[in-house]
Design a protein around this ligand. Structure first.
Ligand SMILES: NC(=O)C1=CN([C@@H]2O[C@H](COP(=O)(O)OP(=O)(O)OC[C@H]3O[C@@H](n4cnc5c(N)ncnc54)[C@H](OP(=O)(O)O)[C@@H]3O)[C@@H](O)[C@H]2O)C=CC1
Ligand SMILES: Cc1cn([C@H]2C[C@H](O)[C@@H](COP(=O)(O)OP(=O)(O)O[C@H]3O[C@@H](C)C(=O)[C@@H](O)[C@H]3O)O2)c(=O)[nH]c1=O
Ligand SMILES: [Mg+2]
Length: 298
């Protein structure tokens, strides 16, 4: 199976390029090779590569900047996935796409299931929801994997920000009233590979087989995929600082969302129920367990 992978330098894309090896012939592209703000280029690259599966972790992920770059965020997060889905349809191909907990308003008490109604409160969240809907509307075999609070040892993320600030400052002030599940990008890439393997098992074909449309249409769809358990950004910071690889530990102060004003509104609770994913594909680690493994390597 030929797999076109976008965003190979992103947190999730980088890990996917590794976990997808052996599951197909991976054509991994960066922004220069396929710019999602250039829809004609997206179209022509897909026509050239002719993949059987498009895996799309590339996205506009700057949540606050998106508030002032609505058109660009919509193009990258909604229109480009729409073009990918249309091209996939013509090729008889499938798509794996990633979305976010920020599609929810965060007002619900318990964790969100795939059946809960999204109500994004930010431009980023709205653009990601529009991307989901465009793929669903195309009627192609697909997996939409909603994840949350992604971090890793490289790129731009909360873990690296906190580790840097810890060395620069005597005090960290972190919001303690927003709850979610920090998810290691490697967990997402490994779970994606497991899901692909399971799809092949369900279809009873060999590794590297063609994409089985019937299996994908029955087992595919929308899934929540995050680490298990939940914490606040403050709780996450506490866990980050307690790792032995952090040399200097500043004072940590819990603050509320209103004490840390930002352009984009974040959900107060965006923890995702992943039962559907775990029952269909594979288990998922606890957030603290995965964080420790990640930091053990830093
Ligand atoms: N980060 C998070 O906390 C969360 C992310 N998600 C979703 O998970 C997926 C993966 O996110 P993550 O790996 O963290 O994202 P990153 O921000 O780490 O990576 C995004 C990737 O998209 C690429 N990209 C951005 N703009 C363009 C463009 N115009 N054309 C082509 N490529 C572009 C970037 O390229 P370049 O390297 O050149 O900048 C980068 O490789 C995304 O769909 C995201 O919405 C969901 C929940 C949480
Ligand atoms: C740096 C810092 C942040 N914060 C707060 C601000 C915010 O509420 C929270 C997280 O900050 P960030 O801006 O790093 O996180 P944010 O960009 O909101 O992260 C989101 O990214 C997108 C792409 C997603 O899809 C989401 O799942 C989520 O991971 O921490 C503090 O309270 N103190 C600080 O010193
Ligand atoms: Mg609401």
């Amino acid at each position: 199976m030929k797999i076109l992978l976008t965003g190979r330098n992103g947190q999730v894309g980088y890990e996917l390029e590794r976990t997808l090896q052996g599951l197909g012939q991976v054509v991994a592209l960066d922004r220069a090779q396929m710019d999602l703000s250039d829809l004609d280029q997206v179209r022509s690259v897909i026509r050239e590569v002719k993949p059987q599966l498009i895996v799309n972790p590339a996205a506009y992920t700057a949540v606050d900047l998106a508030e002032g770059e609505v058109e660009l965020a919509m193009c990258i997060n909604a229109q480009a996935p729409e073009v990918m889905a249309q091209e996939a349809k013509k090729l008889g191909a499938g798509m794996i796409h990633y979305s976010t907990d920020y599609v929810f308003d965060g007002d619900q008490a318990g964790s969100y299931t795939e059946d809960d109604v999204p109500d994004p409160q930010s431009v980023y969240g709205r653009s990601k929801l529009a991307g989901e809907q465009a793929i669903q509307a195309a009627g192609i075999p697909h997996l939409i994997l909603r994840t949350s609070w992604v971090y890793g040892a490289r790129g731009k993320n909360f873990l690296l920000t906190v580790r840097r600030l810890a060395q620069e400052r005597d005090e960290l002030r972190i919001v303690a009233d927003q709850f979610g599940a920090p998810t290691w990008c490697r967990t997402i890439a490994e779970a994606t590979a497991h899901a692909l393997i399971q799809m092949q098992r369900y279809s009873g074909t060999q590794k590297d087989a063609e994409l089985d449309q019937d299996v994908w249409l029955s087992r595919g769809g929308l899934y929540h995929l995050s680490a298990q358990g939940r914490t606040s950004w403050h709780g996450l910071t506490q866990a980050i600082l307690s790792h032995p690889s952090v040399p200097k530990k500043p004072r940590l102060t819990a603050i509320s969302t209103q004490d840390y004003p930002l352009p984009a509104r974040r959900p107060a609770n965006s923890s995702l129920s992943c039962e559907r994913f775990m029952q269909t594909f594979c288990g998922l680690p606890g957030w603290d367990e995965a964080l420790k493994l990640c930091q053990d390597g830093m």
